[in-house]
Design a protein around this ligand. Structure first.
Ligand code: MN
Length: 333
């Protein structure tokens, strides 16, 4: 049975006797986290004037989506919510584990929480849950909203509620590269309601020539293993500092490698601070399920995209363990 957002939301606000709701997403938010949180905030603002929505996002939001959020005339989600009451609800979008939540204090002090997510690795926290594995959380949000009411939120100036949900879908499916009939239908319905494709596409065009040159430096360092099917890049804190390479530069590399015709899986290991390693893994979700692969390491995400954060002074050992894990899954399959 589909989760009915209106029914669940109205019941939650009534039963817990609250009039304010804080909307939260994950750390280093991407287009999907921001799109889900902001889309829902606009929907509530337009359709439930008796309630106050407070979207709150980390300002470490990806550069492209940030451009759009900065143009919002209704909400300022990088500022702290100015709650009038100590009793309020929270809605968390696109966040698999509480460890990755931004705005933990608001979550902990809320009288009730609603979780809307699409991660296979969601740990099942929160009081009211709607977790459905899909390509994008914003797509899930679209599915549970009343379409006539969403249309009202879509007639506001850009960026409106439909622009945001469209942005989430666009980013998490890599411009509809991973799509199906339902996702395409959601996209075209959002456009018909008032999302503006060209306007939202600007959030995907955020590269400068310098960005591409730095990515070139990263690509030169790529190594291949398993008959070339697995490609990875390993970058220490010192090296990244020397080349002025940030997490933002290295994060898309695993996806770019995976998308190469002759590569099945791409990953990156990046030392963002001394001994703190952030790793990204991308595959088609079938050749290797990277969410499954991450389980024994304490990371996770989706079948085709997963991450791991690890504190270690022996990164070579971690790299060897990762490669051994890929080998062993492949030999079973
Ligand atoms: Mn997402």
């Amino acid at each position: 049975m589909t989760f009915d957002f209106n029914e669940q939301f109205e019941k939650m606000m009534r039963e817990y006797d609250v009039t304010e709701v804080v909307l939260l997403g994950h750390m280093n938010p991407d287009g999907d986290a921001a799109g889900s949180v902001m889309g829902l905030a606009h929907y509530i603002k337009v359709n439930y004037p008796q309630y106050t929505a407070w979207p709150f996002l980390s300002d470490k939001l990806d550069k492209g989506p940030k451009k759009q959020v900065m143009e919002d005339e209704i909400f300022a989600p990088f500022e702290r919510p100015k709650l009038a009451s100590e009793r309020y609800a929270v809605i968390v979008c696109d966040t698999a584990t509480l460890k990755r939540l931004i705005g933990m204090k608001y979550y902990q002090r809320a009288v009730v929480s609603m979780i809307i997510d699409h991660h296979a690795s969601n740990e099942g926290y929160g009081i009211i849950n709607d977790i459905k594995v899909s390509e994008s959380c914003a797509y899930n949000v679209f599915e549970i909203l009343d379409k006539e009411m969403l249309k009202k939120a879509a007639s506001a100036p850009h960026p409106n509620g439909a622009d945001y949900l469209y942005m989430g879908i666009l980013h998490d499916t890599s411009r509809f590269s991973r799509s199906d009939a339902e996702i395409e239908a959601a996209g075209s319905k959002l456009l018909a309601m008032g999302a503006d494709h060209r306007y939202v596409m600007r959030t995907m065009q955020d590269k400068t020539l310098d960005d591409l040159i730095r990515q070139g430096e990263i690509l030169r360092r790529v190594k291949r293993v398993m008959e070339g099917k697995v490609a990875y890049v390993y970058m220490s804190y010192q090296e990244a500092k020397k080349l002025h390479i940030s997490y933002e530069d290295i994060h898309p590399i695993s996806g770019m490698l995976r998308d190469c015709e002759d590569i099945e899986m791409g990953f990156s290991m990046y030392e963002e601070a001394p001994n703190i390693w952030r790793c990204s893994f991308r595959s088609d979700g079938q050749w290797i399920n990277v969410n499954e692969m991450m389980k024994s390491f304490g990371g996770g995400g989706h079948a085709a995209a997963a991450g791991l954060r690890r504190e270690t002074d022996q990164p070579e050992v971690l790299l060897e363990q990762l490669l051994a894990q890929i080998e062993s899954i492949q030999s079973l399959g």
